[in-house]
Design a protein around this ligand. Structure first.
Ligand SMILES: Nc1ncnc2c1ncn2[C@@H]1O[C@H](COP(=O)(O)OP(=O)(O)O)[C@@H](O)[C@H]1O
Ligand SMILES: [Mg+2]
Length: 277
């Protein structure tokens, strides 16, 4: 880990969510992170897909420690965080197939995030890569982050499952500020029409208006980068999907600038108890 100084700026927590699995969350979390790092920001990508963690696989790493170790006495966050790129692109691995993590209750999550808050505060961005669906881990962590990003594809099943995530988070956790990213599109127009379909259902039935973060083309370089275990932004920075990801990273950066001072108050992941009240 390279960042020992406290970040003088405020950290934006970004949750990457989806209803359906396999829509591209992990690739997007990693590569949006990479794009922001290349633009000079300090960044921590946290694998919070505690069921099927796999950012380590995308990077070709075999972490010795992971989130689970943070529950052991004497283990501090610095022991678990790994460097992806020198200069402030770091990674916090999760464990796969560990029921204790999957079944975390609110007290455990709160203890975990309180333990991590100091480390989070050293970065400009904290990206949380979640598992798909509406498990308690996903819902509570997403509701605590400042910028929930829902990833959908143009497939109707991805849209209906994505709508279900918005519905539950808005009804049970009062989250209303959703940002929609449409992955695996054939054209910018397809990204827009997919967003419009989802947004009109949200407006009509939930009375909320999500923001459009942008679309990412279906691109053969993405699975190729996965096979080679190199982040797409490094493997093929000029390909279409990488260019789209770059544009979305710029929008996320603008959002952080817009939030500005607001980010400086309170914990980086908003308190569970505060949120539930
Ligand atoms: N824009 C894209 N173009 C082509 N393939 C993609 C794209 N985004 C994701 N994929 C492929 O979809 C699969 C699932 O991606 P992943 O990031 O693991 O999804 P999730 O984390 O949502 O389960 C991967 O094999 C990846 O190569
Ligand atoms: Mg994933």
């Amino acid at each position: 880990m390279n960042t020992t100084e406290k970040n003088p700026n405020a950290t934006l927590s970004v949750s990457i969510l989806s209803g359906k699995g396999g829509v591209g969350k992990t690739n997007l979390a990693l590569n949006l992170g990479f794009a922001l790092f290349r633009a000079g920001h300090r960044l921590l990508v946290m694998d919070f897909d505690v069921g099927l963690a796999n950012i380590d696989v995308l990077l070709g790493l075999s972490p010795e420690k992971n989130l689970q170790d943070l529950f052991r006495p004497g283990v501090v966050a610095e022991d678990v965080v790994l460097s992806i790129e020198a200069g402030g692109f770091d990674f916090l691995p999760a464990a796969s197939g560990v029921p204790e993590l999957l079944e975390m209750d609110e007290d455990m999550r709160e203890a975990l995030f309180s333990k991590l808050n100091d480390v989070f505060s050293r970065y400009d961005y904290l990206f949380l890569d979640h598992g798909a669906g509406i498990s308690p881990n996903v819902l509570s962590a997403a509701s605590m982050s400042r910028m929930p990003v829902l990833v959908v594809t143009p497939e109707p099943t991805s849209l209906t499952d994505g709508y279900a995530v918005i519905k539950v988070l808005s009804a049970q956790y009062k989250v209303r500020n959703f940002h929609i990213l449409v992955n695996q599109v054939a054209s910018p127009r397809e990204a827009e029409t997919t967003f419009e379909r989802l947004a009109s259902a949200c407006e009509r039935f939930l009375r909320l208006s999500p923001s459009f973060l942008g679309g990412v083309h279906t691109d053969p370089a993405v699975p190729e980068a996965v096979r080679r275990q190199i982040p797409l932004m490094k493997f093929a920075p000029k390909c279409r999907a990488a260019q789209d990801i770059l544009n979305i990273a710029v929008k996320i950066h603008r959002h952080r600038q817009k939030l500005g001072q607001k980010l400086k108050t309170g914990p980086i992941l908003k308190n569970l108890l505060e949120r539930a009240s």
